[in-house]
Design a protein around this ligand. Structure first.
Ligand code: SAM
Length: 270
């Protein structure tokens, strides 16, 4: 491949992934919009809807990068809190103190974990700009050995991250370890397009267009070439289901998005 990833050692792969995200951190959000035509936003919204967190949910978002999933999670829970408060005849909508909003801030929490400090720094400054600091913490750590205790979280999410990791089985068993019994694992990732004709068109698009966009927008061809290659090397939907089951998860299911361009996998620690 362009980086010769098949021949480099695991250590070199991890270093290369680190370098890629270090290079793309400041342009990451712009590139996501450019490459996907904004569709990644809809997928992430839908991903959180499928998770359907309730007020009080604790989440660890691994490979959380610049916080896209974390911000959506907090927004979703805030809306839930306000709705519940209104149902109880409360005052959240009026914003006068004893409200669903304060309930949500006190009890729901998201820990954003990423191996790359540059990505976390972009996320943290986004949080400051939005005035969104309550209910969030930012932790630098490797998904293959998470720097957190056992049985802590109601939910574990990983969006467009797992395909970059060297030891996927270690990542999945770490997900299992940190979840509470009853907790849910959810993964949003590029996957395998099911229709052969559509797959051909999509492959052409991604292989030809994305590295060029990377060059034009971020002056970085190689990093975006790597991103495309990593999508191709990731196991297809059913194979990934098996890996999740092997880590101990039950009721493992998946749902394709846009014909399999991406997929949401879900499993429970029971
Ligand atoms: N989840 C975010 C999103 O959807 O916008 C960011 C996804 S970005 C494509 C992939 C992220 O995975 C990068 O921020 C990278 O630093 C992180 N990453 C790669 N390997 C990792 C590892 N072993 N542990 C934790 N994070 C990792």
């Amino acid at each position: 491949t362009h980086f010769g990833f098949q021949t480099v050692s695991e250590h070199e792969k991890a270093e290369k992934v680190y370098e890629v995200f270090h290079n793309v951190a400041s342009t990451y959000d712009v590139m996501n919009d450019a490459m996907s035509g904004g569709v990644h936003r809809l997928w992430k919204d839908y991903f959180i809807e499928r998770l359907g967190p309730t007020p009080g949910t604790t989440l660890i978002d691994v490979a959380g990068g610049t916080g896209d999933i974390a911000f959506r999670f907090l927004e979703y829970v805030r809306n839930q809190s306000v709705e519940r408060d209104i149902q109880r005849g409360g005052t959240a909508a009026k914003g006068d103190g004893e409200t669903g909003e304060s309930l949500y801030q006190a009890s729901s929490h998201v820990t954003v974990c990423d191996i790359n400090q540059a990505m976390l720094d972009v996320g943290k400054s986004k949080a400051l700009d939005r005035g969104q600091t309550a209910g969030m913490s930012w932790v630098r750590g490797n998904a293959e050995c998470l720097p957190v205790g056992d049985n802590l979280y109601d939910a574990y999410t990983v969006a467009f991250g797992i395909r970059n990791m060297t030891h996927m089985d270690a990542v999945l068993s770490e997900a299992y370890r940190v979840l509470k019994p009853g907790g849910r694992f959810m993964c949003l990732e590029f996957s395998r397009v099911t229709n052969p004709l559509f797959r051909k068109i999509y492959d052409e698009y991604s292989f030809q267009v994305i590295p060029v966009m990377g060059q034009v927008i971020a002056a970085d061809w190689k990093s975006y070439q790597y991103l495309v290659e990593s999508i191709r090397q990731f196991p297809p939907q059913d194979e990934f289901v098996d890996r999740i089951k092997e880590a101990g998860f039950k009721v493992v299911t998946y749902e394709n998005l846009m014909g399999g361009i991406a997929a949401i996998h879900s499993g429970f620690k029971l």
